[in-house]
Write a protein that binds this ligand. Structure first.
Ligand code: AOF
Ligand code: ZN
Length: 379
């Protein structure tokens, strides 16, 4: 990852001293202490991060976690990863795979082992009972319910070190980490516009501003979130279905929650009310309340899909954490703006964003540009 994007999202790396010279196998932890990690532990942590990122693993509400058990000589004994809420945690999966061979190993885990009984039992106890000698983890657990694993392991006589590849681990669970640290879901606002910033023509038509490759890319991003959020006005006017579909336009087996915010009543024939995915209506105009309600439903990443009024409400409340804009090489000269009034009347008050990525999708007359941005001040 380039330095331009490193640590831009809120809460990331805020305490890390950047530019500190490093010894090959040593790391600075977030707390600033230098800890020794072996080359085998670092390689195992890279593998654990790969395991955590296994494609198809369900996202929210649970984090993606990977675990590798190493023999004292550094050889891999077993691996495991978490497959979604209710299934064994990564540590438990690796311990099961190892059986008796877990005794005396070092467990290398991407997240601090949990110390609570939730959908499954505490991993701290499982590690201690299996005779694991040392635990190396990347990211401290930001979940207050499950935290405390480090101390519990030390109290049981296990050698513990942490902070190894912590930044990388936070990136794997970027939205989950944000949501736990801020007690609300991470919000990505996505919109499509013409070169002159319009999201519909003067007569209200808006199909299709984005090209097919850009729309396919939108579905890929939707699949990474656990809520699609729109305003009740958009439902009335545009009638979006808001499901996630694959490249052949087939719905994916696992669909994010569809949420409609606003006080306007929905006609029963709206596509968002079909049986393709679950839908909730958030009867409020307050974005804080809407996010609280979604957080209470264990939702961690909201994909804000419109329209312009809802986007303005979230922007004004400072509740947009990432912006993804698909720009089509087309001009309209008139029509609805991609975002409604923000109360800005002079250039000095313009809302400034930071570009974190620019990618061209498609070619020829299908070419669109995707710009990803972060709110100013998050870098
Ligand atoms: C996971 N997978 O591999 C680890 C987790 O509801 P539960 O019982 O599954 O607990 C979820 C919490 O456990 C989660 O928020 C995180 O804090 C901790 N560790 N969770 O889903 C894992 N290691
Ligand atoms: Zn656990």
């Amino acid at each position: 990852m380039g330095s331009s994007t490193r640590g831009w999202f809120p809460g990331a790396d805020v305490r890390r001293a950047t530019g500190t010279p490093r010894v090959a196998t040593d790391q600075w932890t977030e707390a600033g202490a230098m800890t020794d990690f072996s080359a085998a532990e670092e390689a195992a942590m890279r593998r654990a991060l790969e395991l955590a990122s296994t494609p198809g693993v369900p996202l929210g509400p649970n984090p993606r976690v990977g675990c590798v058990l190493l023999a004292p000589g550094g050889a891999t004994v077993a691996e495991g990863f978490h497959r979604g809420a209710g299934s064994p945690h990564a540590e438990a999966a690796a311990l099961m795979a190892a059986g008796d061979r877990a005794r005396g190993t070092t467990a290398v885990v991407t997240l601090e082992p949990c110390d609570h009984t939730g959908r499954t039992g505490p991993c701290t106890r499982a590690l201690v009972e299996a005779g694991v000698a040392r635990v190396v983890f990347a990211q401290p657990d930001p979940n207050p319910v499950a935290a405390g694993g480090e101390q519990a392991l030390r109290d049981a006589g296990v050698d513990v070190a942490f902070g190894l590849l912590e930044h990388e681990a936070r990136v794997v669970n970027r939205a989950w980490t944000f949501a736990l640290e801020h007690q609300r879901p991470f919000v990505t606002w996505k919109f499509a516009s013409t070169l002159d910033g319009r999201s519909a023509a003067a007569d209200g038509t808006s199909r299709w501003i984005s090209s097919l490759p850009a729309r396919t890319d939108t579905h890929r991003l939707r699949a990474q979130c656990d809520v699609m959020l729109v305003g009740s006005n958009t439902v009335a006017v545009d009638d979006p279905e808001l499901t996630v579909r694959d490249e052949d336009d087939q719905p994916l087996p696992h669909q994010p929650l569809r949420a409609v915010m606003g006080l306007r009543e929905l006609d029963s024939d709206r596509r968002i009310l079909d049986d393709q995915a679950e839908t909730v209506q958030l009867r409020t105009r307050d974005p804080h309340q809407a996010l609280q309600s979604l957080h209470g439903r264990d939702r961690r990443h909201v994909f804000l899909e419109g329209g312009p009024t809802l986007a303005a409400v979230f922007l004004e409340a400072g509740l947009v954490d990432e912006v993804v804009c698909y720009v089509a090489p087309m001009l309209l000269g008139a029509g609805r703006s991609a975002v409604a009034e923000l109360g800005i009347t002079t250039i000095a008050d313009a809302r400034q964003l930071c570009i974190t990525d620019v990618t061209t999708l498609g070619a020829g007359d299908q070419a669109n540009v995707r710009i990803t941005l972060a709110p100013e001040g998050d870098r």
